[in-house]
Write a protein that binds this ligand. Structure first.
Ligand code: 13P
Length: 255
């Protein structure tokens, strides 16, 4: 029922030339995709990468946005600017933004609302730190992040969104969570949405796992009924490794 989704978060990587040639190489290596594939390049590469993506059936995502439509906010990028460039998805509340740019759950909530207002699909990131995990607070932290970010929305919007469970300690560490941990987090996220909105919305939301996902472990996550795909950092930077990952994911979802 839920279409599997694999999203590449390129973070602050690649020159323009590298970004565009990735797309054509990836399209050759993974020509037939039943899985929805999204590439999230840096803002400055959205236009060029978007053009290449459109030709190849790949969706386009941004890595952030600001909540106002326009105004005196030097250095920020608004939802209509992203919409203008053909952006479909927008990553919101990535742990690197929470950590390095002090983004709060309240700011993240405003960003999620702004995305919906301009018809962009948010990929909301949540996840616990190692310290929180050691203190057995994982579920409480995830539930709090989800409920604050979604406060004030309605079921009709929420059902369309994507939530990425990305434990902070698993990002870029080579140490991924176990499939069952991701499954448990996914279950908790759906329970929160079920309580806040409706069981239908809880069932419709797509939940991704992120944190050291590679071709070798993607099947462990897709095997979990609550997990619908992955948000991939490092392994999405080379066309070959990303194509291998997408191909493994396709095998896993058709089994
Ligand atoms: P890695 O896949 O490099 O661990 O990064 C995950 C991530 O942060 C995706 O948003």
């Amino acid at each position: 029922m839920r279409t599997p989704l694999i999203a590449a978060n390129w973070k602050m990587h690649k020159t323009l030339e590298e970004a565009v040639s990735f797309v054509s190489r990836f399209a050759v290596l993974a020509p037939e995709r039943k899985i929805e594939t999204v590439i999230c390049p840096a803002f400055v590469h959205l236009a060029a990468v978007g053009e290449a993506c459109r030709k190849n059936g790949i969706k386009l995502g941004a890595q952030n946005l600001f909540w106002e439509a326009a105004g005196a906010f030097t250095g920020e990028v608004s939802p209509p600017m992203l919409k203008d460039l053909g952006v479909d998805y927008v990553i919101i509340g990535h742990s690197e933004r929470r950590e390095h740019f002090a983004e709060t759950d309240q700011q993240i909530s405003r960003k999620v609302k702004a995305a919906f207002q301009f018809d962009l699909v948010p990929i909301l990131c949540v996840g616990e730190t190692l310290e929180q995990r050691r203190a057995n607070r994982t579920m409480e932290v995830i539930a709090g992040q989800v409920s604050t970010a979604l406060h004030g929305l309605n079921a009709a919007s929420v059902r369309k969104m994507v939530i990425a469970y990305e434990p902070v300690w698993a990002i870029g560490s080579g140490l991924s969570a176990a499939g069952s941990d991701a499954g448990a987090a996914g279950k908790r996220i759906r329970a929160v949405i079920g309580e806040m909105f409706s069981l239908e919305a809880a069932d419709a939301v797509r939940i991704l796992y992120g944190g050291s996902v590679q071709a070798e472990n993607i099947a462990d996550f897709l095997r979990e009924t609550e997990i619908d795909g992955a948000l991939v950092g490092g392994a999405s930077l080379a066309a070959d490794s990303f194509a291998r990952l997408v191909s493994r994911a396709q095998e896993a979802v058709t089994v």
